[in-house]
Design a protein around this ligand. Structure first.
Ligand SMILES: CCC/C=C/C=C/C(=O)SCCNC(=O)CCNC(=O)[C@H](O)C(C)(C)COP(=O)(O)OP(=O)(O)OC[C@H]1O[C@@H](n2cnc3c(N)ncnc32)[C@H](O)[C@@H]1OP(=O)(O)O
Length: 304
C-alpha cells in the first residue's frame, strides 16, 4: 500500500512532462498505473478507472493521476469530449480503505495535533483538487456508471458534466458509514446536481443505496441504458456528437454553465458577454452558421 506519508514529496509532481502534450493518449497508457486512456473516436477520449481487482478503489496514486489526467486533457487540442467509466465489475468501490487506514495510522504516530492536522489538511486539499479537476477541465466529461458507484465515486461523478448509468447501477454516499463526513465534493455538488436539498441530506445522512430508476427520477443521471455495453456505446455516441461541434462554442458553454451555477443571473450574463465579445469574432461562428444554412452536418473545426 502507498501512503501519503511515504509519497508526500511526490504529492503534486506531474507524471507526464509538458513536452509530451501532443502524445498524451499514447503516453498515458504507460504513464498511468490506475487509469487507462483510449481514443475510441476522433476527438473523444475514454478514461477508465483501472484497478478492477480492487473494484477500482481510489488509492493514493489514483487520486493523483486523476488530477494529472484531467489537467492534461484540458489543454489537449486532440480531445473535445471525455467519457469516464470503470474497468471490470463496477464503476468504483470508493476510497481505498486499506490505503486510507494505513495513512491514518501513520499520521496517528505523530505526537502533536497541529502537525497531524497539517498532514490531513494537505491530503484533503490534494483529494479535493483531484475531483475538482473534472469540473475545471475545459472539455465536457460524461460519466458512464455501471454497477456500484460508492463514496468517492459520487464525488467524482458529481464533478462531471453529464451522468448516465446502466440498469444495474447503484449509488451510495457511504462516508458516514465509514465514520467520515464527505469532504471532497459530494456535500457541495450533490444537492445542486439533484436540486433537492432534502433528498441529498437523506442520502448523505443514511448512506442508503440509490438505484438507477431513482437516480434517473431525481436527476442524478439523465439517462439509463440496459447493459454495460449499451451504456458505453451510447455514451460514446453522445460524446462524438459533442466532439463534432465547434470547440470554441462547447468549451465556452462549459465554462459559463459552471460560472452561472455559482453566481447570480446578472453576473452570469455579464460573464458570457465578455467571453462572447471575443468568440463572436471566431472563425467557428461563420463556419458553423454556414454549415447550418447549407445543411452541411460535417463541418470540420480547427483544433483548439
Ligand atoms: C480525505 C478522504 C476523502 C475521500 C473519502 C471517500 C470516502 C469513501 O469512498 S467511503 C466508501 C468506502 N468504500 C466502501 O465502503 C466499499 C467497500 N467495499 C465493498 O463494500 C465491496 O467490496 C463491494 C460492494 C464494493 C464489492 O463487493 P465484491 O463482492 O464485488 O468484491 P469484494 O470481494 O468485496 O472485493 C474485491 C477486492 O476488492 C477490494 N476492495 C473492495 N472495495 C475496496 C475498498 N473500498 N478499498 C480497498 N479495497 C477494496 C477487496 O478488499 C478485495 O480485495 P482482495 O481481498 O485483495 O481480493
Amino acid at each position: 500500500m502507498q501512503s501519503v506519508l511515504s509519497k508526500s514529496s511526490n504529492l503534486l509532481r506531474p507524471v507526464i512532462g509538458s513536452d509530451t502534450l501532443k502524445n498524451f493518449a499514447e503516453m498515458s497508457s504507460t504513464a498511468f498505473k490506475t487509469l487507462s486512456v483510449g481514443v475510441p473516436k476522433e476527438y473523444v477520449y475514454h478514461i477508465k478507472l483501472n484497478r478492477p481487482e480492487k473494484r477500482n478503489a481510489f488509492n493514493h496514486a489514483m487520486w493523483l493521476e486523476i488530477k494529472q489526467c484531467f489537467e492534461q486533457i484540458s489543454e489537449d487540442e486532440n480531445c473535445r469530449a471525455v467519457v469516464v467509466s470503470g474497468e471490470g465489475k463496477m464503476f468504483t468501490a470508493g476510497i481505498d480503505l486499506s490505503d486510507f487506514v494505513t495513512t491514518a495510522q501513520q499520521v496517528g504516530e505523530k505526537d502533536d495535533v497541529a502537525r497531524k492536522a497539517k498532514i490531513f489538511h494537505k491530503l484533503i486539499e490534494t483529494y479535493q483538487a483531484s475531483m475538482t479537476s473534472l469540473e475545471l477541465c475545459k472539455k465536457p466529461i460524461l460519466a458512464a456508471v455501471h454497477n456500484a458507484c460508492i463514496g468517492a465515486g459520487v464525488d467524482l461523478i458529481t464533478a462531471a458534466d453529464i451522468r448516465y448509468c446502466s440498469k444495474d447501477a447503484w449509488f451510495q454516499v457511504k462516508e458516514v458509514e465509514v465514520g467520515l463526513a464527505a469532504d471532497v465534493g459530494s456535500l457541495q455538488r450533490l444537492p445542486k446536481v439533484i436540486g433537492s436539498d432534502s433528498l441529498a441530506r437523506e442520502l448523505c445522512y443514511t448512506a442508503r443505496k440509490m438505484h438507477a430508476d431513482e437516480a434517473l427520477t431525481c436527476g442524478l443521471v439523465s439517462r439509463v441504458f440496459g447493459t454495460h455495453n449499451e451504456l458505453l456505446e451510447e455514451t460514446l455516441k453522445i460524446a462524438e456528437v459533442i466532439a463534432k461541434k465547434s470547440p470554441v462554442a462547447v468549451q465556452t458553454t462549459k465554462a459559463n454553465l459552471l460560472y452561472s451555477r455559482d453566481h447570480t443571473v446578472q453576473e452570469g450574463l455579464d460573464h458570457i458577454k465578455l467571453w462572447n465579445q471575443l468568440n463572436l469574432q471566431s472563425e467557428d461562428l461563420v463556419q458553423a452558421a454556414t454549415g447550418v444554412m447549407t445543411k452541411d452536418e460535417d463541418v470540420k473545426f480547427s483544433k483548439l
